[in-house]
Write a protein that binds this ligand. Structure first.
Ligand code: GAP
Length: 456
Protein backbone atom coordinates (compact mmCIF):
# COMPACT_ATOMS: atom_id res chain seq x y z
CA UNK A 1 0.00 0.00 0.00
CA UNK A 2 1.36 3.45 -0.91
CA UNK A 3 2.26 5.55 2.13
CA UNK A 4 0.94 8.99 2.89
CA UNK A 5 2.28 12.23 4.30
CA UNK A 6 -1.26 13.51 4.65
CA UNK A 7 -3.09 14.27 7.88
CA UNK A 8 -6.47 15.93 8.40
CA UNK A 9 -4.72 18.94 10.00
CA UNK A 10 -2.58 19.43 6.89
CA UNK A 11 -5.67 19.33 4.67
CA UNK A 12 -7.54 21.81 6.88
CA UNK A 13 -4.60 24.20 6.92
CA UNK A 14 -4.01 23.94 3.14
CA UNK A 15 -7.72 24.53 2.53
CA UNK A 16 -7.60 27.71 4.55
CA UNK A 17 -4.22 28.90 3.21
CA UNK A 18 -5.25 28.51 -0.43
CA UNK A 19 -8.91 29.45 -0.05
CA UNK A 20 -10.57 26.08 -0.71
CA UNK A 21 -12.72 25.91 2.44
CA UNK A 22 -13.23 28.27 5.40
CA UNK A 23 -15.01 28.04 8.72
CA UNK A 24 -18.51 29.47 8.24
CA UNK A 25 -19.34 32.84 9.89
CA UNK A 26 -15.71 33.11 10.95
CA UNK A 27 -15.95 36.77 11.98
CA UNK A 28 -18.52 35.76 14.61
CA UNK A 29 -16.33 32.98 15.94
CA UNK A 30 -17.62 30.39 13.48
CA UNK A 31 -20.64 28.09 13.52
CA UNK A 32 -19.72 24.59 14.70
CA UNK A 33 -18.99 22.06 11.94
CA UNK A 34 -20.25 24.39 9.20
CA UNK A 35 -18.02 25.39 6.31
CA UNK A 36 -17.96 27.76 3.33
CA UNK A 37 -16.21 26.96 0.08
CA UNK A 38 -13.90 29.58 -1.45
CA UNK A 39 -12.91 30.03 -5.10
CA UNK A 40 -10.82 26.87 -5.60
CA UNK A 41 -13.04 24.77 -3.34
CA UNK A 42 -16.13 25.73 -5.34
CA UNK A 43 -14.40 24.78 -8.58
CA UNK A 44 -13.08 21.50 -7.21
CA UNK A 45 -16.46 20.44 -5.81
CA UNK A 46 -18.21 21.56 -9.04
CA UNK A 47 -15.81 19.38 -11.02
CA UNK A 48 -16.60 16.39 -8.77
CA UNK A 49 -20.33 16.95 -9.33
CA UNK A 50 -19.82 17.51 -13.08
CA UNK A 51 -17.95 14.18 -13.36
CA UNK A 52 -20.79 12.47 -11.50
CA UNK A 53 -23.38 13.94 -13.91
CA UNK A 54 -21.19 13.07 -16.89
CA UNK A 55 -20.83 9.47 -15.82
CA UNK A 56 -24.40 8.87 -14.63
CA UNK A 57 -26.49 10.95 -17.04
CA UNK A 58 -24.56 12.33 -20.01
CA UNK A 59 -22.93 9.03 -20.94
CA UNK A 60 -25.98 6.81 -20.43
CA UNK A 61 -29.37 6.34 -22.08
CA UNK A 62 -31.10 4.95 -18.99
CA UNK A 63 -30.79 7.74 -16.38
CA UNK A 64 -32.48 11.15 -16.33
CA UNK A 65 -31.90 14.22 -14.15
CA UNK A 66 -34.10 15.82 -11.52
CA UNK A 67 -33.85 18.84 -9.23
CA UNK A 68 -36.55 18.64 -6.54
CA UNK A 69 -37.23 21.24 -3.85
CA UNK A 70 -35.55 20.96 -0.45
CA UNK A 71 -38.86 21.58 1.33
CA UNK A 72 -41.33 18.79 0.72
CA UNK A 73 -44.84 17.98 1.93
CA UNK A 74 -44.48 16.81 5.56
CA UNK A 75 -46.38 13.60 4.77
CA UNK A 76 -43.31 12.62 2.71
CA UNK A 77 -41.36 12.05 5.92
CA UNK A 78 -44.15 10.06 7.54
CA UNK A 79 -44.32 7.81 4.49
CA UNK A 80 -40.55 7.43 4.15
CA UNK A 81 -40.20 6.40 7.79
CA UNK A 82 -37.91 9.30 8.66
CA UNK A 83 -40.25 10.79 11.28
CA UNK A 84 -40.34 7.46 13.10
CA UNK A 85 -37.00 5.90 12.29
CA UNK A 86 -34.38 8.51 11.34
CA UNK A 87 -33.02 8.69 14.85
CA UNK A 88 -29.77 8.17 16.69
CA UNK A 89 -29.60 6.87 20.28
CA UNK A 90 -28.38 9.82 22.34
CA UNK A 91 -26.88 9.64 25.84
CA UNK A 92 -25.89 12.63 27.91
CA UNK A 93 -23.16 12.92 30.50
CA UNK A 94 -24.70 13.43 33.94
CA UNK A 95 -21.28 14.29 35.36
CA UNK A 96 -19.25 17.46 34.90
CA UNK A 97 -19.05 17.97 31.15
CA UNK A 98 -22.73 17.36 30.19
CA UNK A 99 -21.64 16.35 26.67
CA UNK A 100 -23.92 14.32 24.44
CA UNK A 101 -22.78 11.13 22.75
CA UNK A 102 -24.14 8.55 20.36
CA UNK A 103 -24.60 5.40 22.36
CA UNK A 104 -23.98 3.13 19.35
CA UNK A 105 -20.62 4.88 18.68
CA UNK A 106 -19.54 4.40 22.30
CA UNK A 107 -20.42 0.69 22.12
CA UNK A 108 -18.56 0.30 18.80
CA UNK A 109 -15.50 1.99 20.35
CA UNK A 110 -15.69 -0.37 23.34
CA UNK A 111 -15.78 -3.39 21.00
CA UNK A 112 -12.82 -2.04 18.97
CA UNK A 113 -10.80 -1.63 22.15
CA UNK A 114 -11.53 -5.25 23.10
CA UNK A 115 -14.01 -4.37 25.87
CA UNK A 116 -17.50 -5.78 26.28
CA UNK A 117 -19.80 -3.61 24.10
CA UNK A 118 -22.66 -4.39 26.50
CA UNK A 119 -20.79 -2.97 29.53
CA UNK A 120 -22.06 0.03 31.50
CA UNK A 121 -20.78 3.05 29.60
CA UNK A 122 -19.05 6.09 31.13
CA UNK A 123 -18.52 9.51 29.57
CA UNK A 124 -15.33 9.38 27.42
CA UNK A 125 -14.63 13.05 28.23
CA UNK A 126 -14.91 13.25 32.04
CA UNK A 127 -15.75 9.67 33.12
CA UNK A 128 -19.18 10.78 34.40
CA UNK A 129 -22.29 8.64 34.52
CA UNK A 130 -24.40 8.60 31.35
CA UNK A 131 -28.17 9.04 31.02
CA UNK A 132 -30.46 6.36 29.58
CA UNK A 133 -30.44 6.48 25.73
CA UNK A 134 -33.11 8.62 24.11
CA UNK A 135 -33.94 8.48 20.42
CA UNK A 136 -33.08 11.79 18.80
CA UNK A 137 -34.56 12.64 15.38
CA UNK A 138 -31.95 14.04 13.01
CA UNK A 139 -34.31 16.09 10.86
CA UNK A 140 -34.17 19.89 11.08
CA UNK A 141 -37.61 21.42 11.54
CA UNK A 142 -38.78 24.80 10.35
CA UNK A 143 -42.15 26.47 9.71
CA UNK A 144 -43.82 27.58 6.53
CA UNK A 145 -45.74 30.85 6.63
CA UNK A 146 -46.13 33.41 9.40
CA UNK A 147 -47.48 31.16 12.18
CA UNK A 148 -45.13 28.68 13.82
CA UNK A 149 -47.56 25.94 14.87
CA UNK A 150 -47.74 22.19 14.31
CA UNK A 151 -49.76 22.68 11.12
CA UNK A 152 -47.03 24.77 9.49
CA UNK A 153 -44.16 22.43 10.40
CA UNK A 154 -41.91 21.35 7.51
CA UNK A 155 -38.50 19.70 7.42
CA UNK A 156 -35.24 20.38 5.63
CA UNK A 157 -34.77 17.17 3.66
CA UNK A 158 -32.29 14.74 5.25
CA UNK A 159 -31.70 12.96 1.91
CA UNK A 160 -32.35 13.95 -1.70
CA UNK A 161 -33.75 10.49 -2.46
CA UNK A 162 -37.34 11.22 -1.39
CA UNK A 163 -37.63 14.00 -4.01
CA UNK A 164 -36.96 11.29 -6.56
CA UNK A 165 -39.53 8.81 -5.23
CA UNK A 166 -42.34 11.34 -5.10
CA UNK A 167 -41.58 12.25 -8.74
CA UNK A 168 -41.46 8.64 -9.95
CA UNK A 169 -44.76 8.90 -11.81
CA UNK A 170 -43.90 12.25 -13.42
CA UNK A 171 -40.63 10.92 -14.75
CA UNK A 172 -42.15 7.64 -15.93
CA UNK A 173 -44.69 9.65 -17.91
CA UNK A 174 -42.52 12.41 -19.33
CA UNK A 175 -39.14 10.73 -19.82
CA UNK A 176 -40.79 7.70 -21.47
CA UNK A 177 -38.53 5.27 -19.62
CA UNK A 178 -39.19 1.72 -18.52
CA UNK A 179 -37.34 -0.24 -15.82
CA UNK A 180 -34.43 -0.61 -15.55
CA UNK A 181 -34.00 3.17 -15.52
CA UNK A 182 -32.69 5.73 -13.04
CA UNK A 183 -33.32 9.24 -11.76
CA UNK A 184 -30.32 11.25 -10.63
CA UNK A 185 -30.21 14.29 -8.39
CA UNK A 186 -27.58 16.49 -6.72
CA UNK A 187 -28.47 18.85 -3.92
CA UNK A 188 -28.23 19.94 -0.32
CA UNK A 189 -29.37 17.75 2.56
CA UNK A 190 -29.51 18.57 6.26
CA UNK A 191 -29.07 16.41 9.35
CA UNK A 192 -28.88 17.55 12.92
CA UNK A 193 -25.93 15.22 13.55
CA UNK A 194 -25.09 14.63 17.21
CA UNK A 195 -21.41 14.20 16.52
CA UNK A 196 -20.43 16.10 13.38
CA UNK A 197 -16.73 16.55 12.80
CA UNK A 198 -13.56 15.74 10.93
CA UNK A 199 -13.80 18.86 8.78
CA UNK A 200 -16.26 18.42 5.88
CA UNK A 201 -16.49 14.65 6.45
CA UNK A 202 -19.58 14.95 8.65
CA UNK A 203 -21.46 18.24 8.77
CA UNK A 204 -25.06 19.25 9.39
CA UNK A 205 -25.50 20.78 5.93
CA UNK A 206 -23.98 18.90 3.02
CA UNK A 207 -24.50 18.03 -0.62
CA UNK A 208 -25.53 14.61 -1.86
CA UNK A 209 -25.26 13.01 -5.29
CA UNK A 210 -27.94 10.32 -5.35
CA UNK A 211 -29.39 8.09 -8.03
CA UNK A 212 -32.40 5.82 -7.65
CA UNK A 213 -32.32 2.99 -10.19
CA UNK A 214 -35.75 1.35 -10.66
CA UNK A 215 -35.58 -2.29 -11.74
CA UNK A 216 -37.84 -5.32 -12.20
CA UNK A 217 -37.92 -7.07 -8.77
CA UNK A 218 -36.15 -10.22 -9.97
CA UNK A 219 -33.21 -8.15 -11.33
CA UNK A 220 -32.51 -6.25 -8.08
CA UNK A 221 -29.59 -8.36 -6.86
CA UNK A 222 -27.79 -8.29 -10.17
CA UNK A 223 -28.17 -4.48 -10.45
CA UNK A 224 -26.99 -4.06 -6.86
CA UNK A 225 -23.66 -5.78 -7.70
CA UNK A 226 -23.44 -3.83 -10.94
CA UNK A 227 -23.73 -0.46 -9.16
CA UNK A 228 -21.22 -1.37 -6.46
CA UNK A 229 -18.71 -2.12 -9.24
CA UNK A 230 -19.58 0.96 -11.31
CA UNK A 231 -19.27 3.38 -8.42
CA UNK A 232 -15.97 1.95 -7.29
CA UNK A 233 -14.64 2.23 -10.86
CA UNK A 234 -15.76 5.90 -11.01
CA UNK A 235 -13.58 6.85 -8.03
CA UNK A 236 -10.65 4.89 -9.43
CA UNK A 237 -10.95 6.48 -12.88
CA UNK A 238 -10.75 9.88 -11.20
CA UNK A 239 -7.54 8.92 -9.49
CA UNK A 240 -8.34 7.45 -6.06
CA UNK A 241 -5.78 4.74 -5.35
CA UNK A 242 -7.43 1.30 -5.46
CA UNK A 243 -5.59 0.21 -2.30
CA UNK A 244 -7.25 3.10 -0.44
CA UNK A 245 -10.76 1.96 -1.44
CA UNK A 246 -12.71 -1.05 -0.22
CA UNK A 247 -16.27 -2.38 -0.25
CA UNK A 248 -17.85 -3.30 3.10
CA UNK A 249 -21.22 -5.04 3.30
CA UNK A 250 -23.44 -3.90 6.21
CA UNK A 251 -24.29 -6.38 8.94
CA UNK A 252 -28.07 -6.93 9.25
CA UNK A 253 -28.22 -4.83 12.47
CA UNK A 254 -26.59 -1.84 10.71
CA UNK A 255 -29.10 -1.59 7.88
CA UNK A 256 -31.22 1.57 7.55
CA UNK A 257 -34.96 1.15 8.08
CA UNK A 258 -35.58 1.00 4.30
CA UNK A 259 -32.75 -1.25 3.20
CA UNK A 260 -32.53 -5.00 2.62
CA UNK A 261 -28.83 -4.86 1.69
CA UNK A 262 -26.24 -2.08 1.74
CA UNK A 263 -22.57 -2.00 0.86
CA UNK A 264 -20.41 0.98 1.73
CA UNK A 265 -17.56 2.08 -0.45
CA UNK A 266 -14.99 3.03 2.16
CA UNK A 267 -11.92 5.19 1.73
CA UNK A 268 -8.83 5.17 3.91
CA UNK A 269 -9.14 8.73 5.24
CA UNK A 270 -6.53 9.98 7.75
CA UNK A 271 -9.18 9.12 10.41
CA UNK A 272 -9.17 5.48 9.23
CA UNK A 273 -11.43 3.50 6.88
CA UNK A 274 -14.72 5.41 6.65
CA UNK A 275 -17.82 5.51 4.46
CA UNK A 276 -17.44 7.40 1.22
CA UNK A 277 -20.65 6.28 -0.47
CA UNK A 278 -23.43 3.82 0.32
CA UNK A 279 -25.05 1.55 -2.25
CA UNK A 280 -28.40 0.24 -0.98
CA UNK A 281 -31.02 -2.19 -2.17
CA UNK A 282 -34.15 -0.33 -1.01
CA UNK A 283 -36.49 -2.96 -2.45
CA UNK A 284 -39.99 -1.58 -3.09
CA UNK A 285 -40.17 0.04 0.36
CA UNK A 286 -40.31 3.68 -0.73
CA UNK A 287 -42.70 3.39 -3.68
CA UNK A 288 -45.09 1.24 -1.64
CA UNK A 289 -45.00 3.64 1.31
CA UNK A 290 -45.64 6.70 -0.87
CA UNK A 291 -48.40 4.86 -2.75
CA UNK A 292 -50.09 4.05 0.57
CA UNK A 293 -49.76 7.54 2.05
CA UNK A 294 -50.64 9.47 -1.13
CA UNK A 295 -53.24 6.94 -2.39
CA UNK A 296 -51.66 7.24 -5.84
CA UNK A 297 -50.58 4.21 -7.86
CA UNK A 298 -46.80 4.11 -8.08
CA UNK A 299 -46.07 1.15 -10.31
CA UNK A 300 -44.92 0.28 -13.78
CA UNK A 301 -47.38 -1.08 -16.31
CA UNK A 302 -46.01 -2.63 -19.48
CA UNK A 303 -48.31 -1.37 -22.22
CA UNK A 304 -47.70 -4.33 -24.53
CA UNK A 305 -47.94 -7.25 -22.08
CA UNK A 306 -50.17 -5.56 -19.46
CA UNK A 307 -47.74 -6.75 -16.77
CA UNK A 308 -47.71 -4.46 -13.72
CA UNK A 309 -45.30 -4.34 -10.80
CA UNK A 310 -43.76 -2.02 -8.21
CA UNK A 311 -40.11 -1.67 -9.24
CA UNK A 312 -37.34 -2.32 -6.75
CA UNK A 313 -34.74 0.36 -6.21
CA UNK A 314 -30.94 0.25 -6.17
CA UNK A 315 -29.48 3.45 -4.78
CA UNK A 316 -25.88 4.63 -5.07
CA UNK A 317 -25.80 7.57 -2.60
CA UNK A 318 -22.65 9.67 -2.51
CA UNK A 319 -21.68 12.85 -0.66
CA UNK A 320 -20.22 15.65 -2.79
CA UNK A 321 -18.33 17.15 0.16
CA UNK A 322 -17.04 13.80 1.37
CA UNK A 323 -15.93 12.81 -2.13
CA UNK A 324 -14.20 16.18 -2.56
CA UNK A 325 -12.38 15.59 0.74
CA UNK A 326 -11.33 12.10 -0.39
CA UNK A 327 -9.96 13.46 -3.68
CA UNK A 328 -7.98 16.11 -1.78
CA UNK A 329 -6.61 13.63 0.72
CA UNK A 330 -5.63 11.20 -2.03
CA UNK A 331 -4.01 13.94 -4.12
CA UNK A 332 -2.00 15.45 -1.25
CA UNK A 333 1.75 14.92 -1.52
CA UNK A 334 4.95 16.40 -0.16
CA UNK A 335 8.37 16.11 -1.73
CA UNK A 336 11.83 17.55 -1.50
CA UNK A 337 13.39 18.78 -4.72
CA UNK A 338 17.02 19.87 -4.61
CA UNK A 339 16.65 20.63 -0.92
CA UNK A 340 13.38 22.56 -1.33
CA UNK A 341 10.12 21.22 0.05
CA UNK A 342 6.97 21.40 -1.96
CA UNK A 343 3.35 20.51 -1.22
CA UNK A 344 1.45 19.37 -4.28
CA UNK A 345 -2.11 18.26 -4.92
CA UNK A 346 -1.84 15.60 -7.62
CA UNK A 347 -5.43 15.89 -8.82
CA UNK A 348 -6.73 14.17 -11.89
CA UNK A 349 -6.59 17.05 -14.43
CA UNK A 350 -10.38 16.87 -14.89
CA UNK A 351 -10.88 17.56 -11.18
CA UNK A 352 -8.19 20.25 -10.80
CA UNK A 353 -9.80 23.66 -10.11
CA UNK A 354 -7.38 25.37 -12.51
CA UNK A 355 -5.97 23.48 -15.49
CA UNK A 356 -3.26 25.85 -16.71
CA UNK A 357 -1.32 28.74 -15.18
CA UNK A 358 0.17 31.24 -17.62
CA UNK A 359 3.24 32.90 -16.14
CA UNK A 360 5.52 35.53 -17.69
CA UNK A 361 9.08 34.84 -16.50
CA UNK A 362 9.75 38.56 -15.91
CA UNK A 363 7.47 41.54 -15.69
CA UNK A 364 9.04 43.41 -18.60
CA UNK A 365 10.26 43.10 -22.23
CA UNK A 366 6.72 42.57 -23.52
CA UNK A 367 6.42 39.21 -21.70
CA UNK A 368 3.35 40.11 -19.54
CA UNK A 369 1.48 41.38 -22.60
CA UNK A 370 2.29 38.26 -24.65
CA UNK A 371 1.37 36.04 -21.66
CA UNK A 372 -1.95 37.85 -21.27
CA UNK A 373 -2.82 37.16 -24.94
CA UNK A 374 -2.10 33.45 -24.46
CA UNK A 375 -4.12 33.43 -21.23
CA UNK A 376 -7.10 35.09 -22.89
CA UNK A 377 -7.08 32.45 -25.63
CA UNK A 378 -6.72 29.51 -23.22
CA UNK A 379 -9.37 30.62 -20.73
CA UNK A 380 -11.99 30.29 -23.47
CA UNK A 381 -11.18 26.57 -23.51
CA UNK A 382 -10.55 25.68 -19.87
CA UNK A 383 -10.13 27.27 -16.41
CA UNK A 384 -6.83 29.15 -16.66
CA UNK A 385 -4.99 31.52 -14.35
CA UNK A 386 -2.69 34.42 -15.13
CA UNK A 387 -0.14 35.13 -12.43
CA UNK A 388 2.55 37.79 -12.42
CA UNK A 389 3.12 38.13 -8.66
CA UNK A 390 6.46 37.03 -7.14
CA UNK A 391 9.38 34.91 -8.33
CA UNK A 392 8.68 32.12 -10.82
CA UNK A 393 9.51 29.52 -8.13
CA UNK A 394 6.98 31.03 -5.75
CA UNK A 395 4.34 31.10 -8.46
CA UNK A 396 4.95 27.42 -9.33
CA UNK A 397 4.64 26.47 -5.66
CA UNK A 398 1.34 28.34 -5.39
CA UNK A 399 0.00 26.45 -8.42
CA UNK A 400 1.31 23.12 -7.07
CA UNK A 401 -0.62 23.68 -3.86
CA UNK A 402 -3.89 24.17 -5.71
CA UNK A 403 -3.11 21.23 -7.98
CA UNK A 404 -2.76 22.99 -11.37
CA UNK A 405 -1.49 20.27 -13.73
CA UNK A 406 0.32 22.53 -16.19
CA UNK A 407 2.30 25.77 -16.08
CA UNK A 408 3.07 27.73 -19.24
CA UNK A 409 5.98 30.13 -18.97
CA UNK A 410 6.61 32.97 -21.36
CA UNK A 411 10.31 33.88 -21.52
CA UNK A 412 12.78 35.69 -23.74
CA UNK A 413 12.81 32.79 -26.22
CA UNK A 414 9.03 33.15 -26.60
CA UNK A 415 9.55 36.66 -27.88
CA UNK A 416 12.02 35.34 -30.47
CA UNK A 417 10.52 32.10 -31.77
CA UNK A 418 6.87 31.93 -30.60
CA UNK A 419 7.35 28.96 -28.25
CA UNK A 420 6.60 28.58 -24.53
CA UNK A 421 7.81 26.29 -21.75
CA UNK A 422 5.27 23.77 -20.51
CA UNK A 423 5.91 22.47 -16.96
CA UNK A 424 4.23 19.27 -15.79
CA UNK A 425 3.06 19.44 -12.14
CA UNK A 426 3.87 15.80 -11.34
CA UNK A 427 7.02 14.92 -13.29
CA UNK A 428 8.33 18.51 -13.27
CA UNK A 429 9.44 17.89 -16.86
CA UNK A 430 9.72 20.99 -18.99
CA UNK A 431 9.17 20.95 -22.73
CA UNK A 432 8.89 23.60 -25.45
CA UNK A 433 5.66 24.00 -27.36
CA UNK A 434 4.61 26.33 -30.16
CA UNK A 435 2.04 28.97 -29.26
CA UNK A 436 0.28 28.13 -32.48
CA UNK A 437 -1.98 25.17 -31.70
CA UNK A 438 -1.36 25.49 -27.93
CA UNK A 439 -5.09 25.55 -27.08
CA UNK A 440 -5.77 22.36 -29.04
CA UNK A 441 -2.75 20.67 -27.47
CA UNK A 442 -3.92 21.56 -23.94
CA UNK A 443 -7.42 20.25 -24.71
CA UNK A 444 -5.84 17.00 -25.93
CA UNK A 445 -3.87 16.67 -22.69
CA UNK A 446 -6.95 17.38 -20.58
CA UNK A 447 -8.96 14.68 -22.37
CA UNK A 448 -6.13 12.07 -22.21
CA UNK A 449 -6.12 9.04 -19.89
CA UNK A 450 -4.52 9.83 -16.54
CA UNK A 451 -2.96 7.72 -13.81
CA UNK A 452 -2.01 8.94 -10.36
CA UNK A 453 1.79 9.28 -10.13
CA UNK A 454 1.41 7.98 -6.56
CA UNK A 455 0.79 4.55 -8.12
CA UNK A 456 4.38 4.53 -9.43
N1 GAP B 1 -30.39 8.21 0.57
C1 GAP B 1 -29.49 7.38 1.29
C2 GAP B 1 -28.60 8.12 2.15
O1 GAP B 1 -28.78 9.31 2.36
P1 GAP B 1 -26.46 7.91 3.63
O2 GAP B 1 -25.45 6.80 3.71
O3 GAP B 1 -27.07 8.38 4.89
O4 GAP B 1 -27.55 7.39 2.61
C3 GAP B 1 -25.20 8.98 1.62
O5 GAP B 1 -25.81 9.14 2.88
C4 GAP B 1 -23.89 9.73 1.56
O6 GAP B 1 -24.09 11.10 1.91
C5 GAP B 1 -22.83 9.24 2.56
O7 GAP B 1 -22.13 8.12 2.05
C6 GAP B 1 -21.93 10.45 2.68
O8 GAP B 1 -21.03 10.53 1.59
C7 GAP B 1 -22.93 11.59 2.58
N2 GAP B 1 -23.29 12.07 3.92
C8 GAP B 1 -24.23 11.54 4.75
N3 GAP B 1 -24.29 12.24 5.90
C9 GAP B 1 -23.37 13.22 5.79
C10 GAP B 1 -22.94 14.30 6.66
N4 GAP B 1 -23.52 14.50 7.85
N5 GAP B 1 -21.96 15.12 6.22
C11 GAP B 1 -21.40 14.95 5.00
N6 GAP B 1 -21.76 13.97 4.15
C12 GAP B 1 -22.72 13.12 4.53
Amino acid sequence: MSTDAVTMDKIVSLCKRRGFVFQSSEIYGGLASTYDYGHYGVQLKSNVKAEWWRSLVQRRDDIVALDAAILMHPRTWEASGHLEGFTDPLVQCLGECKRRWREDHLREAAAEEGRDPGEELRCPECGGELSQPRNFNLMFETHMGPVADAGSRVYLRPETAQGIFVNFRNVLQFARKKPPFGIAQVGKSFRNEITPGNFVFRTREFEQMEMEFFVPPDEAEQWFSYWVGERRAWYERLGLRPDHLRVRAHDPDELSHYSSATSDLEYLFPIGWSELEGIANRGDYDLRQHAEFSREKLEYVDSSSGERYVPHVIEPAAGADRATLAFMVDAYDEESIEGRERVVLRFHPRLAPVKVAVLPLVNKDGQPERAREIYEDLRERMPTEFDTGGSIGKRYRRQDEIGTPWGITIDHQTMEDGTVTLRDRDSLEQSRLAIEGLGVEMERRLAAEWRSPKLG
